[in-house]
Write a protein that binds this ligand. Structure first.
Ligand code: ADP
Length: 380
C-alpha cells in the first residue's frame, strides 16, 4: 500500500509568523504536521504555537536558505520574501508552494498586471512608470490609481490621484499608473489547487473597505446574480490555472455596473477575505492551503452558514498594551466567533483579530453584525 502522507509528521516551514500562520497552525495540528516558522519578532502571533521558531529575516537570502534546507515543504504568509533563496531550495528538492516563479510575478504589481494582459485575463488598463516618466504624461492621466510595484499591502502602497497636488505628494519609486475603475462591488474568490491539478473554489464574497483600506465588512456569500457568480468562478479558475499555482489563491475582483469582472490583484496565501471559512464553510481556507501544499485531496468548499466578518482593528488614536472592550457581551450571542491574534501591542489600524458572525440567514448575520460592531473596541 502507498504510504499515506497524512499523519506522517511532515516538516513544513512558513516564512512569516503572523496571524495567517497562527490560524494555519491551528488547523495543521489536527494532522500531526510540524509547523516551523521564521520571523524576526519573538512575540509574533504564531511564535507561541509553532513547533519551532527561527529568528531570521524572510527577505534575506542566507536566512531563508538556512531555514528551508531541512524542511519538506516551504510556504509563505506574505509575498515579500527572498525569492532567490526559494529557487535554490526548489533546486535542492524542497517543495516550495506557492512556487518562486509565481511569487516573483505576484510580488511585483507591474509583472502581475503584465501577466494578466499576456494571458487575456480582464484587468484595468495600466502603465508601468518610474522617476523618469515625465510629469506632464501623468497629469494627462488624472484621475488614476498610483500603486507601488513592490512592498505595498493593506492599501499602504496605493493612492488615488485626483489632482496635481495629489500627484506631487505621491510615490516616486517604481509604480504603476492604473485606470480608476468605478466599480459597483469589490468581490473576492478564493480558489485552491494541489500538485495533482485538483481545484476547489469557494463561494464569492463581497468586501467593504474602511478609510484605512482594511476590510471593514465581509459578506459571504456576495449578493450577486448566478451569472456574475459563475463569471467570477471562471475568472478565478482561469487565473490559478494560468499561473499553475499550487496552494491557495485569493482573487480580488472589481464588479462594474456593466456586469464586467476585472481582476484587481491576487494573493497566493490565505487571505483576509477568507477568514469566515473557519466557521462558515466545510473546509477553512487554512486547512485548504495545507491540503494543497501537501498534495492532499482538497476539501469541500461548501458553505454551511451565512457569514459576516469584521476585522478587529486598533483604534486610530491609541498605541500601547492592547485591551479589548465588549468581548464578553458579544460572545453571549449565538454564532459570534472571536479570533484574537495574540498581539500584545496595539497601534492605529493594526489588525488585532477578527469576529465572524455565522447564521442561518444573511439578514440575521447582518443584523447581529450591526448590533455588535460598535460594542467592541481595541484600546490601551
Ligand atoms: P493592496 O495590495 O494594498 O491591498 P489594492 O491593489 O488591493 O492594494 O488596492 C487597495 C484598494 O484600492 C482596493 O481594495 C480598491 O478599493 C482601491 N483600488 C485599487 N485599484 C483600483 C482601481 N484601479 N480603481 C479603483 N479603485 C482601486
Amino acid at each position: 500500500m502507498e504510504k499515506d502522507l497524512i499523519g506522517s509528521s511532515h516538516r513544513l516551514g512558513i516564512l512569516g509568523g503572523g496571524q495567517l500562520g497562527r490560524m494555519f497552525i491551528q488547523e495543521a495540528i489536527s494532522y500531526n504536521i510540524h509547523v516551523h516558522i521564521m520571523e524576526n519578532d519573538t512575540n509574533a502571533p504564531s511564535s507561541s504555537i509553532a513547533t519551532s521558531m527561527t529568528l531570521g529575516d524572510i527577505t534575506n537570502y542566507d536566512d531563508v536558505l538556512d531555514f528551508g534546507k531541512d524542511k519538506d515543504v516551504i510556504t509563505v504568509e506574505i509575498e515579500n520574501v527572498n525569492i532567490d533563496a526559494l529557487y535554490e531550495l526548489e533546486q535542492r528538492g524542497v517543495k516550495v508552494f506557492p512556487q518562486p516563479r509565481v511569487l516573483e510575478i505576484i510580488k511585483d504589481k507591474g509583472l502581475q498586471k503584465e501577466f494578466y494582459q499576456k494571458h487575456n485575463i480582464l484587468t484595468s488598463k495600466f502603465e508601468c512608470i518610474d522617476e523618469n516618466t515625465p510629469k506632464s504624461d501623468l497629469i494627462q492621466k488624472i484621475p488614476f490609481v498610483h500603486k507601488l510595484r513592490t512592498g505595498g499591502y493593506d492599501g499602504k502602497g496605493v493612492k488615488i490621484i485626483n489632482s496635481e497636488s495629489d500627484l506631487a505628494t505621491s510615490f516616486t519609486q517604481a509604480s504603476i499608473c492604473e485606470e480608476l475603475v468605478p466599480f459597483e462591488k469589490e468581490l473576492s474568490v478564493i480558489v485552491a489547487r494541489n500538485e495533482n491539478g485538483e481545484i476547489a473554489v469557494y463561494p464569492t464574497v463581497e468586501c467593504e473597505f474602511n478609510d484605512a483600506n482594511l476590510v471593514a465588512y465581509l459578506f459571504s456569500p456576495a449578493s450577486i446574480s448566478d451569472e456574475i457568480e459563475q463569471k467570477a468562478y471562471k475568472v478565478a479558475i482561469d487565473v490559478i490555472n494560468k499561473l499553475e499555482l499550487v496552494g491557495i489563491l485569493a482573487v480580488e475582483l472589481f464588479l462594474t455596473s456593466e456586469g464586467e469582472i476585472l481582476v484587481n490583484e491576487v494573493a497566493p496565501r490565505p487571505h483576509n477575505s477568507g477568514h469566515h471559512t473557519i466557521e462558515c464553510n466545510i473546509t477553512s481556507q487554512f486547512e485548504q492551503h495545507m491540503r494543497a501544499v501537501l498534495n492532499m485531496p482538497l476539501g469541500s468548499t461548501e458553505m454551511t452558514r451565512y457569514g459576516v466578518m469584521l476585522n478587529l482593528i486598533g483604534s486610530s488614536d491609541s498605541s500601547g498594551q492592547a485591551k479589548y472592550e465588549g468581548l464578553s457581551e458579544i460572545i453571549s450571542q449565538p454564532g459570534v466567533h472571536v479570533h484574537l491574534y495574540g498581539k500584545e501591542m496595539t497601534k492605529p489600524n493594526r489588525k488585532m483579530g477578527h469576529i465572524t458572525i455565522a447564521s442561518s440567514t444573511m439578514e440575521s448575520a447582518k443584523q447581529l453584525a450591526d448590533e455588535i460592531k460598535n460594542k467592541v473596541r481595541v484600546t490601551t
